[in-house]
Structure formats: C-alpha cells, structure tokens
Ligand binder design. Structure first.
Ligand SMILES: Cc1cc2nc3c(=O)[nH]c(=O)nc-3n(C[C@H](O)[C@H](O)[C@H](O)COP(=O)(O)O)c2cc1C
Length: 356
C-alpha cells in the first residue's frame, strides 16, 4: 500500500520510530524487508551512549518501559557505514538527530549527502529545538521533521513555534513519563538508570497520543507521522483518523516481531477496501469532521444480539447503576429509568450495539 511522505513515494505508510530495532544498518534493512515504508534511525548524537543494565522491561500487554539512551554507535559510524549501507539496500532512511544544535551541526549535511530522505530532530524544549531547527534548515535541503513530546506542557504552542521556524513535518509523539516499575521481590526499581525511572511506550499511551495528534491537526497542515501506542491494525486506523499521514510504530514491532509490519500493511489494506476507501489519505483526519461535537444527548437505544450472547454477564457486572438484569428466561432487560446512557456496557461486549 503506497503513500507519499514529504515528496517521497513510500511502499507503505508504516514508519518505524527511532528505537532499538533501528540500531544499525542491519536492523534497518530487516525492517525495510519486513515491509516498512521508512525507518527512523536510533537517535544519533556526537557522543555514543552507554546504557545501564537493564534498560527495557515489558510493563503490561503491548506496553514497554525503557531508559535506553540514544545510539551507542558513534556519529562517524552512522555517517561512514550505517547510513550508506541502509540507503544502498533501498531503505527510506530518516536520520534521528539529538539533542542540541552542537550535535546537529556536526552531521546534518553529511546525513543528507549519505542519502537520508529527511532529518528528524529530537529535543523537546524551545530553547534547544528551535536553534537546532533554524541551523539545520540553513544546512540541508531535505525535509526536517520535529519530534514532539507528549509530556510537553504546551505541545501545540511548541509545535506552532517549530512550524514558524521552518519545520516541514512532525512526528507525534515520543514516549511518556517519567514512570516507574518496582520488582516486588526485592523492592528495587526494575530499570537500571540512576533514579530507576523510565519512559512508557506502546498500547498504554495510545489514547494520549491520539488526543495530541487530533489537537495538532487542528493547527497545522504539515504532515504528521503518528507514533505512539499502535499495537494492532485498528489502532493504526484510529491514528490516521485523528489526523496522521503515516503510521509510526516502535514498541509493537519489538514485542511482536518483524512480521507485525507486513501484517499491519495487509490488514490496513483490507480495512480500506472493506470500507470502500480508495486510499489511506481518505481517512486521514476524518475525526475533525465531527468536531466540535454538538448534541451529546441525541436519543439512542442499546440493542442486544441475543443469538451471539454467551450470557457471560459482563455487561451486567460493569453497570454502575444496576440497570441491566437477566429476566427468568435469561434474557437481557434494561431498566430505562436507572440507565444513564453512560455507554460502558456497549464498550465491553460485541453483542451490544448502539442504535442512533
Ligand atoms: C526501547 C526504546 C528506545 C527508544 N529510543 C529512542 C531514541 O533513541 N530516540 C527517539 O527519538 N525515540 C526513541 N524511542 C521512542 C520511540 O521512537 C517512540 O516515539 C515511542 O516508543 C512511542 O511509540 P510506540 O508506542 O509505537 O513505541 C524509543 C522507544 C523505545 C521503546
């Protein structure tokens, strides 16, 4: 499923976010062969990182906490070996560069010369990212993407300043935190950084990221790589509907393996054709058409599909107002006076649907 990002035709809308899978040319080539449209390198810095042991832990299903730093390869190795190898193998390579203007000025021209399709700047405060951006824009002609942090106190104002300073696109977003996980046998933090803290990524952060993308889309027409929390194809569809132009993914590929990339491509294709859409662009930002929401009290009824119901009783259990009950024939009854139309029951069971 092809798409266009920043003037480049990509074989797929899936962009692999900067992280451990793109630690080298070898990793990036594997991702490309697995069906990724583009791959963002592990963040390149003038100093190679030295990571604590342990620096990654699964938190809950499809969610990770990490305190991994930037790349543990030197800038020179990226410029001389990793980028040229990845580009020669056909990878659409986006170079992630952090975290100050001193770092970016040392490498961006050479990253462009080595064949990167874009530079992604990683640094979250105005004081650092704006000088990086202004300097990089003077040095290269390839597009410059700014990676945003969901932890930013005013992400939209920050993004606006980046757009004014010449950003060509945004990656939204990075991981969230800081967060903590404790080993209950020892009482020690699981991760090995100085404070034991880490950064949350994967399924748990998705609703936060969707909200950030939705807000961002209201203020900019620049391309957005939606990154954060995609763990199944439905999440990718949501990400696009919130306003993304491409679907970023990092943790899910780490946890599920490379075949997840191809699966996501196929499932997105099936979704589009099954719903009569001609392309992904058609669903990008679709939620905006429904905002702001108006009549929140439009009358609706909940329909119970008796034939599919296993009588598990979950919808009854979750009703805070005890509005749902079985009658003597084990059929669902709703006390319309007690029901506040909160909608929770419908969200926990496929046998219940809302009829507008
Ligand atoms: C282990 C790990 C290492 C990461 N390293 C980087 C990094 O070096 N630079 C960066 O910009 N983002 C880094 N990220 C953040 C991801 O690129 C991504 O923004 C974040 O994980 C949210 O996407 P996800 O929920 O699909 O994982 C890292 C994420 C993980 C899990």
């Amino acid at each position: 499923m092809e798409t266009t990002l920043l003037g480049r035709r990509l074989p797929s809308p899936i962009v692999i976010g900067s992280g451990p899978l793109s630690y080298s040319a070898e990793g990036m080539i594997r991702l490309h062969q697995a069906g990724a449209g583009a791959v963002v390198t592990k963040t390149i810095n003038q100093t190679a990182a030295d990571n604590p042991w342990r620096h990654m832990v699964q938190c809950d299903r499809d969610t990770l906490i990490n305190c991994e730093k930037w790349s543990d390869y030197s800038m020179e190795q990226w410029l001389e070996t990793e980028i040229p190898r990845a580009v020669a193998a056909g990878v659409n390579c986006i170079a992630s560069v952090g975290h100050t203007a001193e770092d970016s000025r040392l490498c961006v021209e050479r990253l462009e010369a080595a064949g990167c399709m874009a530079i992604e700047l990683v640094s979250y405060r105005d004081e650092t990212v704006l000088p990086m951006l202004e300097d990089t824009k003077k040095r290269v002609r390839i597009p410059v993407i700014v990676k945003l942090s969901p932890n930013s106190p005013d992400l939209i104002a920050h993004a606006r300043r980046c757009a004014d300073a010449g950003a060509d696109a945004f990656t939204a977003c990075d991981s969230m935190g800081p967060v903590l996980k404790i080993d209950i046998e020892t009482g020690r933090p699981v991760l090995g950084g100085k404070d034991g803290y880490g950064w949350l990524s994967g399924a748990m952060i998705r609703p936060f990221i969707l909200q950030r993308i939705c807000e961002l889309r209201k203020v900019t027409n620049l391309p957005i790589i939606g990154l954060g929390g995609v763990a199944k194809w439905q999440d990718a569809v949501e990400m696009m509907m919130a306003g993304a132009n491409c679907v970023g993914v990092c943790s899910a590929v780490i946890l599920k393996g490379l075949p997840f990339v191809g699966q996501l491509n196929r499932q997105l294709d099936d979704y589009l054709s099954g719903h009569g859409y001609g392309s992904l662009e058609e669903i990008s930002g679709i939620v905006q058409q429904h905002l702001p929401l108006e009549d929140q009290k439009a009358p609706y009824r909940m329909k119970w599909d008796e034939t599919r119901c296993s009588r598990c009783g979950k919808c009854i259990r979750v009703c805070p107002y005890t509005a749902r009950k079985w009658n003597e024939e084990q059929n669902m009854r709703v006390d319309e006076d007690a029901c506040r139309k909160c909608g929770l029951c419908v969200s926990v069971c496929d046998c219940l649907t809302i009829q507008e």
